[in-house]
Design a protein around this ligand. Sequence first.
Ligand SMILES: Cc1cc2nc3c(=O)[nH]c(=O)nc-3n(C[C@H](O)[C@H](O)[C@H](O)COP(=O)(O)O)c2cc1C
Length: 367
Amino acid sequence: MDHLFTPIKLGAYTLSHRVVLAPMTRLRTIQPGDIPSPMMADFYGQRASEGGFVLIEGVSISIVARSYLGAASWFDDSQTAGWKAIVRAVHAKGGRVFMQLIHGGRQSHVEMTGGVAPVAPSVVPFEGVALTKDGFVPVSPHRALDISEIPGIVEEFRVAAKRARDAGFDGVELHGANGYLVDQFIQDGSNKRTDAYGGPVENRVRFLRECVEALISVWGADRVGVRISPSGEWGDISDSDPEATFSHVAKVLNDYGIAYMHVIDPRIKGDETLHEGHAPVAAKSLRAFFKHPIIAAGGFDGASAEALVAAGDADLVAFGRHFTSNPDLPYRLKHRLPLTPYVRAAFWGGTEKHYSDFPTYDGVSAA
Ligand SMILES: Cc1cc2nc3c(=O)[nH]c(=O)nc-3n(C[C@H](O)[C@H](O)[C@H](O)COP(=O)(O)O)c2cc1C
């Protein structure tokens, strides 16, 4: 595990290892109001480590940006105290913490958006779900954004980034993956616009660029990351030429000199392994276009993560599902200790059970 446990510079920060907590929406905010709960502070604090890197679940930047009841958001001062508690919990363990900022776009439902139609680059009916009080339900019909509305959304990203800075976070990650709004603009299956935001890839990345520039205006490039999911299938997203599209995206991000690019492998669809036994391909394929640190995610265990970093295909590896049930995952990987299996039934909402009550390895072995 030598490579995973070698220090690395990630933008403005020096990390002592490369095992990253992937962003995971766990639907544990207090309702109504999407207030970050004390159990969320416990969850993140437990998973933080000295010199480790923690990514907060997708945080919606406005009411219209929301997709899932119980998910995190931050557009109101009433939410600030809960977020500060989460920052304190991570910093108390010596970790660094970035907040993932998201706009769900067409992946939503009128019950989540405050009664208005979800927004998207274009109207393209698709198979998707949102979470309301009735459980996971088909999304509501969406409408295409007028070009005059786009600066307002970019501004919402900027304001959310500023909130995160004022509350003591270490940086922000733009959610450009998994078929949410930024990804809907990037990929031509969902972007049929004929204005400056549609057509050739240079236009389809315009919204991405504007969002990244808004985040950089608050944080500086060395405290901003971007997550993408080339050829990912969550959110019924598609592109006619993913190789060309995402190599262009990687080049664009490279030129901003951001802290890192975070790449989800297409063998994963959201929270599930779609293609068991497939080798990771995404980070390696984009390496030539992005010269700063790459975080790879999707389907890794300790051995495959170590191999990927050793091969130079990525610099860090983010873990999702294994981290849910192993709060001390870096320690367990480093010492090649057994992992506690994750509990899928507790992924999407619930109490502390199978969320913030998983013991560390010492606790497991004592029991
Ligand atoms: C319950 C759950 C919620 C997730 N929520 C998010 C999210 O908010 N933002 C995001 O970018 N990815 C999200 N993901 C995807 C993970 O970050 C990660 O890419 C995925 O779990 C694959 O990694 P793994 O194989 O290590 O689990 C979620 C995954 C799970 C299991």
